[in-house]
Design a protein around this ligand. Structure first.
Ligand SMILES: *Cc1c(COP(=O)(O)O)cnc(C)c1O
Length: 395
C-alpha cells in the first residue's frame, strides 16, 4: 500500500503538524481513513463543512454546475455569483458583495475598501485597529492585523497601518484612535485566539465609538458567520450592525470561497480598483448558494443554538469527573474546553484512537466545531468518546 504520510514528508513543505490519519471519504458528520476506520468529525474541515461532508444539496449543485460552467472571466455576468450575492444581502444588514477565494483575501479586500473609504471621506486615514489574540489570516497584511506575536515574529518587519490593542477593552480602542484611523476590525468572538467571548456591551460600545468618529467597523465573521454561533451572523446577538463584514470558511460547505459584504455608503471601489481571477467563480458560488439556501430553509441556525447548548451542557457535565477541566465556553457550535494543564495534544490523540476528531485550540484547550447539521445523538456519541479519552489520560 502507498505510504502517503512518507510521501507527504518528501513532497510537501512542513507547515503543519499533521495527525497520523489519511482521510479518503466523508459523509455527514463522519469521515473514513484509508484503512476504512470511521471517525466522528468535530473539526469539520476547520469550521468549514457547515452542512457536513458531501451534503446532497451541495453535491447536486456542484455536479450540475461542473457540467455547465466551471469558470468564466469576471468581465462577464455569471448567474450563481449574482444569486449568492442576492441571498447574502437579503439575509444580512449589508448591501453589496465582493467574492474572493479565501478568508484572508476577503480581509485584505475589506482593509483595502476601508482605505479607499479613508481616501474618499476621511482625509486619507488608513490605519486599522485590531485586537490581541485575533486571527485574520496568513497573507502579509493580515499577519500584521493578527495580534499574535507567534504569527508576526517570523515575518518582521510588518506591513504598516495596523495597531493591535487588547481585546474586550473598549478604552484601548478609544486610546488607539487617531486622525489616521479609518476602521476597527474585530472578530465578534475570537476563534483561533481561544474562542474568546467579549463582554455583552463591548461591541455596542465600539460601534458607538466608530459612529462618533465617523470610522468604519469591520467584523471578521469568517469563523462565526453562516450560523456557526446560533444566529446566521454573530453580530445579530450583540444588537449592532457592521459597515463591512467578511465571510469564508462555512460559506460553501467546503468549496473554497470568501466574501466581503459592505453597506452601500461604504462600497466605494471603482471598476479596476479591486479584483480576482477566481473570486465569485460559478462553481464556488453554486456551492455557496446551495449551502446558504439550505441553512435558511431548514432553520439550521435554530438547530445550532439548541444542539450547541446541549453540547455545552454535556461538556459541563464532565467537570465533576475530571476536575482538571477549568472552563467550557462558546456560542452555538463553536465551543472550547479548557484544562488546568497542557494535556490537549494527548486528549486529541486519545479521541482520535477512539474515533473522534477534535481540535487542539491551545496546549491546554480543545475546540469543537462540528458540522452544523449534527443532532443530540452525535453529541452524545462525542461526549462518550471524550469521557473515555479523558479517563485514559488520568489513569
Ligand atoms: C480562518 C480564519 C481566517 C483566514 O481564513 P483563510 O481562508 O484560512 O484565509 C480569517 N479570519 C478568521 C476569523 C478565521 O477564522
Amino acid at each position: 500500500m502507498t505510504n502517503w504520510q512518507e510521501l507527504e514528508r518528501k513532497y510537501l513543505m512542513s507547515t503543519v503538524e499533521r495527525l497520523p490519519v489519511t482521510l479518503v471519504r466523508g459523509q455527514g458528520a463522519r469521515v473514513w481513513d484509508e484503512d476504512g476506520r470511521e471517525y466522528l468529525d468535530f473539526v469539520g474541515g476547520w469550521a468549514v463543512n457547515s452542512l457536513g461532508h458531501c451534503h446532497p444539496v451541495v453535491v447536486q449543485a456542484v455536479t450540475e454546475q461542473v457540467n455547465n460552467l466551471i469558470q468564466a472571466s469576471n468581465q462577464f455576468y455569471t448567474i450563481p455569483q449574482i444569486q449568492l450575492a442576492e441571498l447574502l444581502v437579503q439575509n444580512s444588514c449589508l448591501d453589496k458583495v465582493f467574492f474572493s477565494n479565501s478568508g484572508t483575501e476577503a480581509n485584505e479586500g475589506a482593509v483595502k475598501l476601508a482605505r479607499r473609504y479613508g481616501k474618499c471621506y476621511l482625509n486619507g486615514a488608513y490605519e486599522v485597529i485590531t485586537t490581541m489574540g485575533s486571527f485574520h489570516g496568513r497573507t502579509l497584511a493580515m499577519v500584521a492585523a493578527t495580534g499574535q506575536p507567534k504569527f508576526q515574529e517570523p515575518y518582521l518587519p510588518l506591513i504598516a497601518g495596523f495597531k493591535n490593542v487588547e481585546y474586550n477593552n473598549f478604552e484601548a480602542i478609544k486610546a488607539a484612535t487617531t486622525g489616521q484611523t479609518c476602521a476597527v476590525m474585530l472578530e465578534p468572538v475570537q476563534g483561533e485566539g481561544g474562542v474568546n467571548l467579549p463582554d455583552d456591551d463591548y461591541l455596542a460600545a465600539v460601534r458607538a465609538w466608530c459612529d462618533q468618529k465617523g470610522i468604519l467597523l469591520i467584523l471578521d465573521e469568517i469563523q462565526t458567520g453562516m450560523g456557526r454561533t446560533g444566529t446566521l451572523f454573530a453580530y445579530e446577538q450583540y444588537g449592532i450592525e457592521p459597515d463591512i463584514m467578511t465571510l469564508a470558511k462555512g460559506l460553501a460547505s467546503g468549496i473554497p470561497i470568501g466574501a466581503i459584504l459592505a453597506k452601500d455608503k461604504v462600497s466605494v471601489f471603482a471598476p479596476g480598483e479591486h479584483g480576482s481571477t477566481f473570486g465569485g467563480n460559478p462553481l464556488a458560488c453554486a456551492a455557496g448558494y446551495a449551502t446558504l439556501k439550505f441553512i435558511i430553509d431548514n432553520d439550521i441556525v435554530g438547530k445550532v443554538k439548541r444542539v450547541g447548548e446541549y453540547l455545552m451542557a454535556g461538556l459541563e457535565g464532565l467537570k465533576p469527573k475530571f476536575p482538571f477541566i477549568t472552563e467550557v465556553r462558546g456560542r452555538g457550535l463553536l465551543v472550547a474546553m479548557e484544562f488546568n494543564r497542557d494535556i490537549a495534544s494527548e486528549a486529541v490523540m486519545a479521541c482520535l484512537e477512539k474515533g473522534l476528531l477534535v481540535n487542539k485550540l491551545k496546549p491546554n484547550a480543545l475546540r469543537f466545531m462540528p458540522p452544523l447539521i449534527i443532532g443530540n445523538q452525535e453529541v452524545d456519541e462525542a461526549l462518550g468518546i471524550l469521557n473515555k479519552a479523558l479517563s485514559s489520560l488520568v489513569s
